[in-house]
Structures are given as C-alpha cells and as structure tokens.
Design a binder for this molecule. Structure first.
Ligand code: GDP
Ligand code: IMO
Ligand code: MG
Length: 427
C-alpha cells in the first residue's frame, strides 16, 4: 500500500536525486510527474557520479521500473543522450516507460525560451533555456505535441506544419529571429520516434495496477515548492507544478492513492536564477555554503545563490504539500560555521510576517528575523545514527523539526548513498 510523493521544499537542488536513489532500493516503481530537463539530479554511488535530467533517479537499480509520466515535458534528443550516457556507464534502461501523453519539446520552444529571456532584459527570469515555459504554454494552449503524436508520422507532420505557421511569424516578426523548416524538423524527430517507440505506454494503468497489487510506488518531484507556477515566487518560477498535488495530475493517479509526502529540505537555502531570496548571504558564511556544498547548478553550471535556513519557507512547504515527513539534506555542509542562523519570521516595518507573502513587492521589503544557534566542528560525514551527531547538530535538527512541524525521517551527511541517516524508513 505505500505510495510516497517526494518533493523539493525550497527552490530546487535540495538533494532530491540522492534521496530518490536511496528510497528506490525499496521502491518497485519510480515516477517523474512534472518538469523536464531543466532538472539536474546528481546521484553518487561509491566513487561514481551520475547526472540525470529526465530519467527518474530510480534507474540505477536494475529491478526498479522507472516512468516518465504524462506531466513531464520531453526533449527527445536529450532523453536519447541520457539513455546513451547510462548505457556507457553499464546501467540498463530496459525498465523505462514513457507516458504516451507526455508533451514533446520542439526546437522552436528552445528558441522562444531564449529570445523571450533576452527581450525581458533586466526583468529576465533566469530560465534554464531548455524550452520549458514555451512547451507548457503550448500544452495549456492546446496546440502541443504529445509523445503519442510523435510516434505517428502523419499526425506529427501536420502538427509541426500547423505550429510553425504561427511560431515562424512570431520568431520573425516579433523577435527578429531565425525561422524553422518543417521538413527538417520532421526528419530529425522521426529518428527520435524510431528510437523511443519501444518505451511508450499508458503509464497511468501500470501505476494503478501496481498500487492495487500493493507495490511500493515513489513519485519523484523535480524543482521545488517555491518554483511552483501557482505557489512559488511568481513570475520567478518554472512553468510546471513541482508540489505534491501535481503527482496526481502528472502521473494519472487519484489523490486517495497517496499515503505519504516527503519534503526534501536542505539544511540551508539555495536558489539558481533570478527572483527574491530573503535569507541570501553575500558574506563569508555564504561563501562557506557555496564552497563546501559545491553549489553549482547541475544543468546550467551557474553558481547557486546561498543563504540561511528559512523556516517561513519550510512551514509554507509543509502546508502546501501536506508533508508527512521530511528529509534534511547537506547537514555536513554546516560543519565549521561557528554560529548558525535560522530565519523564524520576516519583519516589514513594524509588522511581523510569519506566512510566505504572495506579493514580491512585500517580500522585497521583508527583513529576516533570525535566531542564532551554536554550530559544531566535528566531522559528521561518517556518522550513521542521530545520537552520534554532535549536540549542536542534534539541537539544530530538533529546532528545524519544531519550526516546520514535520518529523525528520532522513538526514543527509554527505553525497553518497551510505551517508544517509534513517530515522523512519518510508517503505
Ligand atoms: P536535486 O536537484 O534536488 O536532485 O539536487 P542536485 O543533485 O541538483 O544538488 C544536490 C547536490 O548535493 C548534489 O551534488 C548531491 O550529490 C549533493 N548532496 C545531496 N545530499 C547531500 C548531503 O547530504 N551532503 C552533501 N555534502 N552533499 C549532498
Ligand atoms: P532540480 O530538479 C533549481 C529554475 C531556473 C529559473 C526558473 C525557471 O534540479 O531541483 P525554467 O527553465 O524551468 O523555465 O526556469 O526555475 N529552475 C531550477 N532551479 N533546480 C531545478 O531543478 C530547476 N529547474 C528550474 O533556474 O530560475
Ligand atoms: Mg538539481
């Protein structure tokens, strides 16, 4: 009966890939339900590092079924490159299935992502330029191309031709940019269709049957709650719904099928791209986090902005996602900081704000209210149980638990599988 939705609790890069990989050992099936190759998930197994963008992080276990759900947007060239990359590393992808209803990223989506970012000037979002916004716009606009359409050359050709009539006008007349040739795209994408055809399935039925059979199902979210299109720091968000509720629409399961929601929350905060970030640090402590945490984007190689833990955000995440459990990752990165700060609320003039505001103008005027705690200096990367952690680390975790109101089930003390403390095994 156990089904777990795993989500990012901040602005992405919380370590979802590592925790998914860890839980995948016990999962029978891992399902991605939103986003695309804007995601970058690093999984370290022994001495080897795996970088995944589209394929669920459960793929490293040969017996685990991996699903790219209908809510995901797929760049077929990137997917094929990822399949080849895994094959080179000796990882089987025979257990991968792709929803026939997933939407396909087209060359004009990537171009539009690029030119719209340029035209926004200083107001740019800082997207990953992978075509994510434009492909979800077409999906909502009911002119998108789905995986099932890609597999039928006649249907695909007519959709490409229809779409290009509008896109080429837009690119040429509004953005003064190059246009695309329909036949060239059709030819290129036909080779992708031939390669990917064998993975196509009605994945909702498969997941339903596995749930009925009492199998362990793990839904793997990409991005994070504050990048959610509705609940994030709009417009500095992604174009999908990384929150737990989206697992239902993005995988094709009913809400009554979800048993647990695990929030992955970094012991501090990071963000890539533009947009507000109340606890951002521009000092030595921020540099410590960036350096020790290797905070560089997996997808774009951009440096991640770093700041203190923000409990206004973790409380918000707990509420919006209905968290039943949380994993605190990268605790080891805090080692060596003399004093740790936790943001417990925001101050705006004389007003204290304890709920995450919708207005970016209000958010920009918010000053974090900090609580200080002593840090620790002992190496914690080889610790295997909560009780063995230095008192400072135990107190810090207890405080995060108290402020967020969600039990901590998993603690990350390093990037490897083995560097994971388990308090409650979710499956
Ligand atoms: P995701 O997008 O949420 O999957 O996170 P990323 O993979 O983009 O970024 C997290 C980075 O931190 C990766 O390089 C992981 O290998 C690493 N990582 C994950 N958990 C831990 C941890 O507990 N400690 C340390 N030091 N690194 C971790
Ligand atoms: P994972 O799954 C961190 C950010 C981008 C940008 C905004 C919109 O690795 O946690 P998009 O290309 O989606 O239109 O960009 O969202 N962003 C991420 N930041 N981790 C991610 O994924 C992200 N995916 C998108 O930097 O600010
Ligand atoms: Mg990432």
């Amino acid at each position: 009966m156990p089904s777990v939705v795993l989500i990012g609790g901040q602005w992405g890069d919380e370590g979802k890939g590592k925790v998914t990989d860890f839980l995948a050992e016990k999962a029978d099936i891992v399902v991605r339900y939103q986003g695309g190759n804007n995601a970058g998930h690093t999984v370290v197994v022994g001495e080897e590092e795996f970088k995944l963008h589209l394929i669920p992080s459960g793929i490293l276990y040969p017996d685990t079924i991996c699903v790219i759900g209908n809510g995901v947007v797929i760049d077929p060239a990137v997917l094929i490159a990822e399949l080849d990359y895994l094959a080179e590393k000796g990882i089987s992808t025979d257990n991968l299935l792709i929803s026939e209803r997933a939407h396909i990223i087209m060359p004009y989506h990537k171009k539009l992502d690029e030119v719209t970012e340029i035209s926004r000037g200083t107001g740019k979002i800082g997207t990953t330029k992978r075509g994510i916004g434009p492909v979800y716009m077409d999906k909502a606009g009911r002119i998108g191309i789905r995986f099932i359409d890609l597999l039928d050359k006649d249907v695909f050709s007519s959709l490409v031709k229809n779409n290009l009539e509008e896109k080429n006008k837009l690119l040429d007349q509004v953005y003064n940019s190059e246009c695309f040739n329909a036949n060239a795209i059709i030819e290129e994408y036909t080779t992708y269709a031939d390669r990917l055809r064998k993975y196509a399935a009605d994945t909702s039925i498969l997941i339903y049957n596995m749930l009925r059979a009492g199998k362990n199902v793990l839904f793997e979210g990409a991005q994070g709650t504050l990048l959610d299109l509705d609940h994030g720091t709009y417009p500095f968000v992604t174009s999908s719904h990384p929150i737990a509720g989206a697992a239902c629409t993005g995988a094709g399961v009913g809400p009554t099928e979800i048993n647990k929601v695990l929030g992955i929350i970094k012991a501090y905060t990071t963000r890539v791209g533009e947009g507000p970030f109340p606890t951002e640090l521009q000092n030595e402590a921020g540099q410590h986090l960036a350096r020790k945490g290797h905070e560089v984007g997996t997808t774009t190689g951009r440096p991640r902005r770093c700041g203190w833990f923000d409990a206004v955000i973790s409380r918000y995440t707990a509420r919006i996602n209905g968290l039943t459990n949380m994993a605190v990752t990268k605790l080891d990165v805090l080692t060596g900081l003399e004093t740790l700060k936790i943001c417990i609320g925001y101050k705006r003039g004389n007003e204290v704000i304890s709920d995450f505001p919708a207005s970016l103008k209000v958010l920009a005027e918010c000053e974090p209210v900090y609580e200080e705690m002593p840090g620790w200096t002992e190496d914690i990367t080889k610790i295997t149980a909560f009780d063995e952690l230095p008192k400072g680390a135990q107190n810090y975790l207890n405080r995060l638990n108290q402020l967020t109101g969600v039990p901590i089930s998993i603690i990350g003390v390093g990037s490897r599988r083995s560097q994971t403390l388990i308090i409650d095994n979710l499956f």
